[in-house]
Design a protein around this ligand. Sequence first.
Ligand code: PLP
Length: 373
Amino acid sequence: MNIYERLGIRTVINGNATLTRLGGSIMPTEVVSAMADASKHFVDIIELQKRVGEEIAKLTHNEAAYVSCGAAAALTLSTAACITGLDATKREKLPHLDTSMKNEVIVHRHGRVGYDFAVRQVGVTFVEIGDEKGTSPDELENAITEKTAAIFYFANPGREHLWVSYEKAIAIAKRYNVPLIVDAAAQLPPPENLWRFTQMGADLALFSGGKGLCGPQSSGLIVGKASLIEAIAFNGPPHPFIGRGMKVGKEEMVGLLAAVEWYVNQDHVELQQSYEGQVTYYDEVFAEIQGVTVHRSFPSEAGQPMPRTEIRFDEEHLGITRTEILQQLAEGEPSIDIAGAGANGVLINGQTLMPGEVEVIAHRLKEILGNTR
Ligand SMILES: *Cc1c(COP(=O)(O)O)cnc(C)c1O
């Protein structure tokens, strides 16, 4: 009996995405055993964070790195770092900013995401730039004041055409000495993103540990400038300030290091081919079934260069709606979670599927469609 059976909880086949509500991602054994190793001894946690950061920085071609307890915590801590630097008086005041402190963060109006609460919780106000037609570099430049703590980008290749380009924004940010931070939580693959933003000149780039990296679900990764990483550690746990509730265990630190090591050493070309192979597989499985068409959907919802399988249903011909199909998949045995697409389609994402699950999903879908006729 596994732990979930003992608890009376059904496990889910995740063909949707690296969703927090489903558990993020599945850690490879290398990560799990590194965490088990770490769990056996006491250690100086500040020293461990530093050493793990050095190793991850090397692996990702960055000046420095830090393990947070998720990308959302990374957003909070990096905002705090931009405001306080290494000033203990300012650190103690957060999130109540006084007139001596920077209190504005610049974001694109059409770049905002729900996660940006994690920036605002430090007490800053957003200064929004741009509209549905785009954003001019002048708008960014004019938005910068002596109160600007940082410029945040929430990376999403599908929206970037509406924003000031990274190159131009980074040049402006440098001219005014304002940090530019890229939240790239879900932007793996491609693995090069671990260094692409910072090599372009962004001060920090932030990633989820529990998404593409397949690290501990409650981990996140910050890479970039050493001085900012130092200010992040200054605000972070175990210090009893804004980051104290964002504790990172020794197991997560070591686990994320193992995950980064594992991830950069994956054969990413082969992984891409396996996702393409899944699209071809579904295409063949459903070729003979009337009222079902299979398409290659590219890129992913987050804009990752990764194909997904889109299956569209002719509801009238099949006598079942896609909402009913999704419900039967979720409630059936085993429980399957995939995303809806448009009014009559579903999307299957290979990134979170374990060996054999592609076939299970195809089998269940055929079963559901077969029972309607
Ligand atoms: C998932 C996500 C986050 C939050 O990441 P966690 O690691 O779950 O805290 C933040 N920003 C973006 C853009 C995300 O996609």
